[in-house]
Design a binder for this molecule. Structure first.
Ligand code: HH2
Length: 287
């Protein structure tokens, strides 16, 4: 969360409101679901990353392997070739930029941190061999996400008895294991994993329970809902991910109201503006 100070016209003083940090997505991939191939080369990816910082991103989430449903895995070498030069170039251009590496592979996380990343975002919840030990050794913030199975199969008929309770139990378990491996408790961020092995009803139930997820895991929460398929489940016209801005903003504002720490988004300028307006309204009503 970031403290926002906006002048309050009503009382002539500044008040502080906490808004989520905006994590801008940089997919250095040919096949990501919403922007696959657009930023695949070094120059395009770096230019996109710098533009996201200028648009108001607090963090850049750089990834070299698509996790869209049905995506094929990428080799470690290929993934490293994609992301490491981008991280180095971004950090050379903007030494203060906060970079997150979006990877399921410990070796990629290690190389990314050596190149300047400060957060390991693992949609696999640090379940790969050596992941917990690597996270502890790196000493960076980690995002632990709930996912059923792996990207290739996760949308094959996902079922839960009580999706919210099961996702919370999974996150608590992974957070405990992460702490037991030596990661500082306050360096762990929990993510319910919207779209990772969930139907429309599961996704909506989890987003409705963000406050409960935060309270029952005892962790800060990341919400990654931007341009995802659930939006087309609610608005049948939004089959093209590029036409899901309204739904993405609604989810980000919902997350802000629920007190999430971070929103992972593609449309950074629009989200940053929406959150500024949200914070200004929240601040005006806060006596
Ligand atoms: N979603 C995606 C990728 N990484 N990380 C976290 N922590 N939470 C998420 O919800 C999340 C994530 C999928 O989005 P995108 O990166 O745009 O697509 P792709 O995986 O196809 O590259």
């Amino acid at each position: 969360m970031v403290e926002v100070r906006t002048p309050s016209a009503a009382v002539g003083i500044e008040r502080a409101v906490r808004r989520p940090r905006v994590m801008g997505v940089v997919n250095v991939t040919p096949d990501s679901f919403s922007d696959g191939g657009r930023f695949a080369g070094l120059e395009a990816a770096c230019g996109h990353a710098l533009a996201l910082l200028d648009a108001g991103a607090d963090i850049l989430d750089i990834g070299g392997e698509s996790t869209r449903p049905g995506a094929a895995p990428v080799s470690e070498a290929e993934e490293l070739d994609r992301v490491a030069p981008v991280i180095e170039a971004v950090r050379a251009a903007r030494p203060d930029a906060v970079v997150s590496i979006d990877t399921m592979k410990p070796a990629v996380a290690r190389a990314a941190v050596a190149a300047g990343a400060a957060i390991w975002n693992d949609v696999n919840g640090l379940r790969a061999d050596g992941a917990l030990e690597t996270a502890a050794a790196l000493g960076v913030e980690v995002v632990v996400t709930h996912m059923v199975g792996e990207p290739r199969t996760m949308q094959d008929d996902p079922r839960y008895g009580d999706v919210v309770a099961e996702v919370i139990a999974f996150l608590r378990d992974r957070c405990r294991a992460t702490e037991a491996a030596g990661v500082a408790a306050d360096s762990i961020i929990a993510d319910p994993g919207v779209g990772f092995g969930k139907t429309l009803a599961h996704n909506l139930a989890l987003m409705a329970a963000l406050g409960r997820i935060r309270d029952e895991t005892g962790k800060r929460v990341l919400l990654g809902a931007s341009r995802k398929r659930f939006i087309a489940g609610v608005d049948a016209g939004a089959t093209d991910p590029g036409r899901r801005l309204g739904g993405s903003l609604a989810a980000a504002l919902w997350g802000a109201q629920a007190g999430v720490d971070m929103v992972r988004v593609h449309d950074v300028a629009e989200t940053a503006q929406a959150l500024k307006v949200w914070a200004a309204i929240a601040e005006a009503g806060d006596d």
